[in-house]
Write a protein that binds this ligand. Sequence first.
Ligand code: CP
Length: 314
Amino acid sequence: MKHFTSVKDVADLDALLKTAFQVKQSPYGDKNLATNKSMCLIFLNPSLRTRLSTQKAAMNLGLDTVVFDMNQGGWNLEFQDGSIMNGDKPEHVKEAAAVIGQYYGIIGIRAFAHLKNPVEDYAELVIRQFQKYAGVPVISLESPVRHPLQSLTDLITIEEHKTIEKPKIVLSWAPHPKALPQAVANSFLEWMVASGQDITLTHPEGYELDEQFTEGVKVVYDQRKAFEEADFIYAKNWSSYKQYGAILEKSDQWTITADKMKLTNQAKFMHCLPVRRNVIVADEVIDSSNSIVIQQAANRVVAAQAVIKMILQS
Ligand code: CP
């Protein structure tokens, strides 16, 4: 595996999952794999889990890691090729990425959607320019469109907790006071389809995702109907893709409640975190024994370690 920016970069998903379960079984089994190697994690946006779990994964492999908060102390980069740089951006990604690639053998980068222009956001310009110019493997720590380390984590967690061969997995939209990107939802669907899962999507009218992510996905607009006999409920908010970045539904009608969870097959509750309690999900659901959000977050280390290991070995 050269880069890790979507499930499409994974030539053999079964092999990646197998590596993940080996890593989980023996987290320190490869502690000398990356001796004298190093990685730079670049953040243009906040993070708790991605920042810490990726560093912990690197530590387990003996990989030295530096975290660079680009917006705090870094130059404001120009990402467009051919631009006339007479504005407020003193450095082009062409030099910046190439220079960072001289210092570090792997680069991770997080750059969220701006939610103003879908064409610009969905071009994933920041990560694609780093791929183009860094000359070293690039790992997505979440782009405007995808969050593949989260999605691999989610797949590992489902595989661990499923009690039947092909569980019913439901991705449910839930309310949030701020406009959020579609990245986690897009990516979750992409990975569920790629791994052949029984996946249902439920959301209010107007929250349809980009069609490239919903091919092979059952869409049920009635949330209660979608929840029937579900084995996993994955809650997530996203802003509208069609009316790009808009919040169309503000009521608590889509909050995940204990009453709705009763419709399921004692489903496990999942969320990528951070989560707004009693907005996205009721306390009694996230605090129940069926909630696996902490186990899910713990698997962020496993996913990151499996990905870094496969990149180092390729
Ligand atoms: N789920 C996730 O990516 O969390 P952070 O934004 O805290 O990294």
